[in-house]
Write a protein that binds this ligand. Structure first.
Ligand SMILES: [Zn+2]
Length: 73
């Protein structure tokens, strides 16, 4: 059984969470504080390089942990 969800349609120039008008230079909604990164053409909060290096970091920690487990078995 699933409940019907009423997802309001996003109107450009407004906050997706509370619907208050948000000028293009705002990074957060002045009413509810919702982060507006990636909304209405604003740049995303994370660049491709950030995501790439975070992934490499997680992979490196995983491989070091795996190596320690294999050495101590
Ligand atoms: Zn808002």
């Amino acid at each position: 059984m699933s409940l019907p969800l009423a997802v309001p349609e996003h109107v450009p120039g407004t906050c997706p969470l509370c619907g208050v008008a948000t000028p293009a230079d705002l990074e957060r909604c002045g009413s509810c504080g919702y982060a507006l990164a990636g909304v209405d053409g604003r740049p995303s909060a994370f660049s491709r390089a950030t995501l790439l290096w975070a992934s490499i970091g997680f992979l490196a920690v995983y491989l070091v942990t795996l190596a320690i487990v294999l050495v101590t078995r």
